[in-house]
Design a binder for this molecule. Structure first.
Ligand code: PLP
Length: 339
């Protein structure tokens, strides 16, 4: 086991021993290759660099109280990466190859899997990009699939403490009928400027509105949004939202604990009616929101300085399932045997 200060690990890049790579060339995927280099060498005319042919995934391996290492709903990440690939005309990574790569990357770096109870986990970052040269705007003929892992602490240094979020009208992360529903780097490039502005103003993230009418809540930068009121878990439905696997899981847990689930357009005015709100994604599971400040109207929505009872229950349950402490009745986890 690595000698790391696990409890104070940031959510950042920490070097590990190996990464795995696979190339799609001449119409087929090659063998998985293991590398100990943190660098990749690619053609300067690669489509990833010019035309944004790049997609990624974010998932985690968790060390449970029972010592076992678990993945959470990896098949959904594999499927989403195929959707992302298809959305920007990239070669799809077959499910078996996706699993073989993450399995290998986790095993080879087993000494970096944070111990149970530290709040840290092993973040897994699969990425796929057009590595073949093109100058005209066309999909590449060659692709590279890479998986690296890095131990991470909680995404928000506040931990499971409510954060302040800035609602913006003057930026969109994705266009209607664009690429908001797939996990591609381009969406993130578009979100960097408003996110940086929000951070400088003391907010932990940005909440975007629907790009077409600016009337409905979309999502919170790299996380989906949900609100709770009157025994209901409500999350926006929009073609520009990335389908979060965490959100999908929380919806099921919400039903399990007796909440009614609504996935529908959420008008801006509804913000004042919620009892609890939060942002959800793999990185933090749930970041409860204490206040949302509308940058344009200066209107503020307050949800309390401590996490609400439903958000807490949802968080504790999902985390318990991921760490093998709560019965996984939906069959979401995969134990990686022998690590
Ligand atoms: C990855 C991502 C999420 C969260 O998805 P999870 O599968 O829950 O990790 C939410 N929004 C965006 C834009 C994302 O890229």
């Amino acid at each position: 086991m690595e000698n790391i200060d696990w409890k104070n690990l940031p959510f950042g890049y920490y070097p590990t021993d190996y990464n795995v790579r696979c190339y799609f060339r001449n119409g087929k995927w090659g063998e998985l290759e293991v590398s100990s280099s943190e660098y990749i060498s690619i053609h300067m005319a690669a489509t990833a660099l010019h035309y944004g042919q790049e997609a990624f995934e974010g998932m985690k391996a968790y060390r449970g109280k029972d010592g076992k290492v678990r993945l959470f709903r990896w098949e959904d990440n594999a499927k989403r990466m195929r959707m992302s690939a298809s959305g920007i005309m990239m070669e799809k990574v077959p499910e078996e190859l996706f699993f073989a790569a993450i399995d290998k990357a986790v095993r080879l770096n087993a000494r970096f899997i944070p111990p149970y109870g530290t709040g840290a986990s092993l973040y897994i970052r699969p990425l796929l990009f057009g590595s073949g040269a093109q100058v005209g705007v066309k999909p590449a003929k060659e692709y590279m699939f890479v998986v690296f892992v890095t131990p991470v602490g909680p995404y928000f240094k506040e931990g499971f403490n409510p954060v302040a979020v800035e609602l913006v009208h003057d930026y969109d992360r994705a266009a209607p009928q664009g690429t908001g529903h797939i996990k591609v780097g381009g969406n993130y490039a578009a979100s960097l400027r408003p996110a940086d502005r929000a951070h400088k103003d003391g907010y932990s993230s940005v909440l975007f509105l629907d790009a077409r009418e600016k009337k409905f809540i979309d999502e919170a930068g790299p996380a989906n949004f949900f609100g709770i009121k009157d025994g209901k878990y409500i999350t926006p439905k929009s073609c520009t939202i990335l389908p979060s696997i965490t959100n999908k899981s929380l919806e099921m847990i919400a039903e399990d604990i007796g909440l009614k689930v609504e996935r529908r357009p959420v008008p801006l005015e509804e913000l004042e009616t919620f009892e609890e709100t939060g942002a959800c994604g793999t990185a933090a599971i749930i970041s409860p929101i204490k206040k949302i400040v509308d940058r344009e109207t200066k209107k503020e929505y307050h949800y309390g300085d401590i996490a609400g009872p439903y958000s807490t229950k949802l968080y504790v349950t999902l985390r318990g399932i991921q760490e093998g402490e709560i019965e996984d009745k939906h069959g979401w986890t995969t134990v990686l045997e022998g690590i």
